[in-house]
Design a binder for this molecule. Sequence first.
Ligand SMILES: [Zn+2]
Length: 415
Amino acid sequence: MVKRRVDVLVLNSNETLTLDSHDSETGLGVIDNGGVAINQGKIVLAASTDLLERKFRSRRTMDAEGEIILPGFVDPHTHLVFAGAREAEFQRRIEGASYMDILSEGGGIIETVNRTRQASSESLFQSGRQRLDTCLESGSTTVEIKSGYGLRDDEEFKILRTIHRLKNYHSCRIVPTFMGAHAVPPGEASSEYVLSVIDEMLPQIARAGLAEFCDVFCEQGAFDSLESGRILGEARRLGLRLKIHADQFTDSRGAELANKLHVTSADHLVHSPGKQLERMAETKVTPVVLPSSSLSVLTGENADARSMIGLGLPVALGTDFSPSNWMFGQLTVAALASRELRMKASEIIRGITINAARALGLEKRVGSLHVGKDADLVTLRVPNHSWIGYTYGERIVDNVLIGGKWVVRNGKRTL
Ligand SMILES: [Zn+2]
């Protein structure tokens, strides 16, 4: 048999998880002792090492002996571009201050807004670049990034342009989201600010093509469901896809609005009523659950991921990296999801790959090792997939490929 020449062969893994099977029990598509053939940045075949060696020869071979291979992780929810940090506020939260009280006093998000407005585009770009390197070294190959620390048209533009510069420059796949409705700027009435988001910011951002999604913080003390609905409705009219921060601290009718608008994803869902979660099966809203965020606000309250899974919803997991929740890695999220949400390894793996891709509307392009998809994958130094969620994720990422390009080797970013 004449062997077909491909760019890369990844071989000899303990397990290759394609996430592309109709294996009804786990949906993981586990191939024992297998690997992946890659050509021109796309998946050609995921199969046993034996079959791959018989069918292909390659310019480069990567040995994944003793490891497992998965699709690159997708992080569907971050606030990664901002200046400063909020470690002092975290100490106050430990002493009992609440996140929303700190925000209403002009701290929290507003503190970060003040720091970010003072920062140059260049410094935002440089800190963003370093943070994305850490995402990559943690196995994430696609990262969504929200604006929302500008709260003024020129400043929201500055952040979105920085996200675009990162998108063009960095190996990570980046999905930009406009979140002007992240908080009400101090001294402004929310009704007034909502008008400026709708009349000034959204049309300019849509015209400039600076965002794929629009997101809002639908919460008491931020934007109510009526205001959130007006912003999202206008965003959709202008061609943006929709996300919502729903019911993080209270039932703010965020999940209800998500269902009404058939948004792509509804995130947090800590206080959403069961009947709204049930409706998500029909409205095709992807629920995004953020256990590290729940832990960082120290309320001790989590989304009911088990019920969502019981309803058959494709539960996605994200980091919610932000100055209030300083964490980058989906493997750490996995560790929290198993302990805090009682999610099993198979559910977590779907949550950080194919379901997270669905939360970004990218399920046809990434999130599984399906033939023809982008060759984004990660190799982990663990013997089998039940280690995901079991380990806290330290130093187990070995290699990361994006579009067939080797971007992390031996756990370190290649340059
Ligand atoms: Zn968020």
